[in-house]
Every structure is written in structure tokens, then in C-alpha cells.
Design a binder for this molecule. Structure first.
Ligand SMILES: [Zn+2]
Ligand SMILES: [Zn+2]
Length: 420
């Protein structure tokens, strides 16, 4: 189908452009006006056209936990949030530690998915931290990185092996930074946990592992990517390491720049996540890290759970929230409208940042490139309603929030994958 997207403001950070123009889509790619016959014309006057978003970190839960989410429902939710590519973590059942599971995900997503899915392979067999997974074979089958996310790689020697081995296949290790011996708790350790009588997880549980991973990366002269950073000291360590030339990159998630530990009051399990929400000073440090380029990527860490796993007392509820359908709007509302980042800077953290992590190459809204693009309304606010989520799960702390940056249409590979 040939699609003409007419009259929108096209913001393309990779091309460095911001202008009102038409976009012609044919045969899965962006093309020129020459000899173009439109089957469908989308009036985008007053709207903004941005590149399709790439999520560097999500959990699609298939195989094994389809009662929470599956590849079809997860990618449908991703497309509704403006994502055209998502990278999914391997902590499924079975774990993505061999080619059969990688191929299952790739094929299912290609046949039934609403966006491109890039599997991340486990670093160790069963994510148990004892021996390396089939990294080379999984690389041939299509994984784009390795990680034991959900858990840390606890032993430094295993992390070293994973980094050395992954590097042979041009893959990066994504580290879930958590020092387990000090991480047992339900929310951030501090005044609020004390007042609520909940056992706390101290910031140092994250920071000790961040420091170990940076030291290893510096010693081995190899890259490391740090997932979902949440504390001021983590960001500071990455900032200093980058200044020394260490090949460290990192991501944060929208919840760490929009919410604080205060959201846990009332024993709100929708605010329970790992790493936990932190105090205001950390939230400010995350924003500063995004603004000065220390933080490369905004990822969702989309973590769907069944309501039975959240409608529990705080200590028993699962960690995590869904993120696809709020990520761009939270970034736009808090960071761009908040005056911390330009729209192009926000977009680069949700497009070229993750593309560089996975070695995906450049994506531009210009003729010849794949037609992965989003039409968004940046000027009209809307109230986020969790009952309208396109995925299976409803575990979000943002129900009822007034947001800007609603996705109206998502086109991926030249096909309309979502339309409001
Ligand atoms: Zn994690
Ligand atoms: Zn995760």
C-alpha cells in the first residue's frame, strides 16, 4: 500500500531536520514524490512526524508467561506507544539461552507481531550464572545483545567471560546492576521505607555493581551497557568513566525521571519495581544525566504482570510496570515540555541510542530508508487510561495522569501497525 503522510512537521534527529513536508511510503520504504500514486492519504497537518521508536529493554513474557503478555499483545501495545522495534529480555520460560527459543521468538514476531522484535540472549545457561549460554549460535540466530536481566551476573569472573565472549560476536553485555547480598527489600531504603515499615533496598545495591562493571570494562577495554540506572551516584560514576574513555553506555526508564519513592505511600504496588523508585535528588540527577548526555538511552523495562500478582500486600507483589504506551508521552511531557531536553534529544535517546547499542545502523526519515515512523499530537493533552492499554496487563502507576505526546499512527515497514 502506498501511503502519503501529508503536511506534518517532520522531526528527524538523525538527519538534523525539523520541517513541514510530505512523506511518501511505498513498498516498505520512504520514497519520493516522483510517479507516486497514493492508496491512502493521511492528513498530518498540525501533527508531528517522528522516527519509529526503538525500545532497548522490555519483557514480552513469551514463551512461558503468556498470562501476563505474549509476543502479539506486547507488540500491539508497543506499536500503540510508537515503537517500531523492541528488544526483549531473555528471562522467559524456557530462558532464551539456545537457538531454538531465539528462532521461536523471531518467527512468531515476524508472522504475528505488530512491530520488529529483536531478542536478547541470556549470558549464562538458564540465567544461573554458572556457565556461558550458546552465545555464538544465538548470535547467528539473531540475538542483538546478551543479558541475564531479571538477575545480575553475580560473579565477576563470569561477567568477564561474558564480556570477552560476547565481544567476539560484536555483541554487548547488558548488565542488570544489583548486588544481591545487600538488595533484599521491597522499596528504596530511606525515610519513606522507615515510615511505611517496609524493608528497604539501599542505593548502594545498584551502585556497587555499577562500579564493578565499569572497573571490568576499563580493565578489559571492552564495552558494557548498564540497564535501568536509578541513582545519582550511578550516573556520576558513568559520567566520570565516560570522561576517562571507558566504553560504558547506560539507560534509564521513564519512571526514574517522573516518580519518586513517595509513590509507594499507601502501599501502592503499582510503584513497586526493581530497581526501586528513589528520592527526589536521584530523580533530578537522572534528568541531569539525560540532559548532559551521560545517559544514552530511555528504555521502558516494560514488565507486564497479571493483576493477581499486583493486587497483593506490598511485600508480596511482583516488581515492575508496563511501559510501552506511556514512555514517549512521559519523556515528552517531563523532559521536553519541562525544558530539559529538545524533542530531537529525546528522540535520539529512543531511536539512535538503542540502534547504536545493537549495531542496527542509521535510520532516517528520508527516501531509501525503511518506512518506520510515527504521527504524534504534541499539543493536545490527554488523560492516560489504563483500561485502554492494548497489551494484556494493567500494572501502571500512570492511570489518570495528564500527558502530552499522544501517538496517533504508527507505521512500521510501510504498514500501518496502529491507528488511533
Ligand atoms: Zn533488570
Ligand atoms: Zn528488565
Amino acid at each position: 500500500m502506498n501511503i502519503l503522510v501529508q503536511g506534518g512537521r517532520v522531526v528527524d534527529p538523525a538527519a538534523g531536520t525539523d520541517e513541514i513536508r510530505d512523506i511518501y511510503v511505498s513498498d516498505g520504504r520512504i520514497t519520493t514524490a516522483d510517479d507516486f500514486h497514493a492508496d491512502r492519504i493521511i492528513d498530518a497537518a498540525g501533527m508531528t512526524i517522528i522516527p519509529g521508536l526503538i525500545d532497548a529493554h522490555c519483557h514480552l513474557r513469551e514463551p512461558g508467561f503468556e498470562y501476563r503478555e505474549d509476543i502479539v499483545s506486547g507488540t500491539r501495545s508497543a506499536a500503540k506507544g510508537g515503537f517500531t522495534t523492541v528488544a526483549c529480555m531473555p528471562n522467559t520460560s524456557p530462558v532464551v539461552d539456545n537457538t531454538a527459543v531465539v528462532e521461536f521468538i523471531v518467527n512468531k514476531a515476524r508472522e504475528k507481531g505488530y512491530c520488529r522484535v529483536l531478542p536478547i540472549g541470556a549470558a549464562t545457561k538458564g540465567q544461573k550464572g554458572k556457565e556461558l549460554a550458546e552465545i555464538g549460535l544465538m548470535s547467528e540466530a539473531g540475538i542483538v545483545a546478551i543479558s541475564d536481566d531479571g538477575s545480575p551476573i553475580e560473579r565477576a569472573d563470569m561477567m568477564r567471560k561474558a564480556m570477552l565472549y560476547a565481544n567476539q560476536f560484536d555483541l554487548k553485555v547488558i548488565s542488570h546492576c544489583e548486588e544481591m547480598s545487600i538488595a533484599e527489600g521491597h522499596m528504596n531504603e530511606g525515610i519513606v521505607s522507615l515510615e511505611l515499615g517496609l524493608r528497604g533496598i539501599p542505593a548502594v545495591a545498584e551502585e556497587i555493581m555499577v562500579s564493578r562493571d565499569i572497573i571490568l570494562a576499563e580493565y578489559l577495554k571492552l564495552p558494557i551497557h548498564l540497564a535501568h540506572l536509578s541513582t545519582a551516584r550511578s550516573i556520576d560514576m558513568v559520567r566520570q568513566a565516560k570522561a576517562r574513555g571507558v566504553k560504558v553506555t547506560c539507560e534509564t526508564c521513564p519512571h526514574y525521571f517522573t516518580l519518586t519513592e513517595e509513590a509507594c505511600r499507601g502501599f501502592n504496588t503499582m510503584a513497586k519495581m526493581n530497581p526501586p523508585l528513589r528520592p527526589e535528588a536521584d530523580r533530578q540527577a537522572i534528568i541531569a544525566g539525560l540532559a548532559d548526555g551521560t545517559i544514552d538511552i530511555i528504555a521502558t523495562d516494560h514488565a507486564p504482570h497479571h493483576s493477581d500478582e499486583k493486587d497483593l500486600e506490598f511485600g508480596l507483589a511482583n516488581n515492575g510496570i508496563v511501559g510501552f504506551e506511556t514512555a514517549f508521552a512521559l519523556g515528552y511531557t517531563w523532559l521536553v515540555r519541562g525544558g530539559h531536553l529538545s524533542l530531537a534529544e529525546l528522540l535520539s535517546k529512543m531511536t539512535s541510542g538503542p540502534a547504536a547499542l545493537f549495531g542496527l545502523g542509521e535510520q532516517k526519515l528520508e527516501p531509501g530508508y525503511p518506512a518506520d515512523l510515527v504521527i504524534a499530537d504534541l499539543d493536545t493533552s490527554y488523560v492516560f487510561d489504563r483500561d485502554k492499554i492494548a497489551g494484556k496487563a494493567r500494572n501502571t502507576p500512570y492511570h489518570g495522569f495528564e500527558l502530552f505526546g499522544r501517538v496517533l499512527t504508527t507505521i512500521q515497514g510501510g504498514k500501518i501497525r496502529y491507528e488511533a
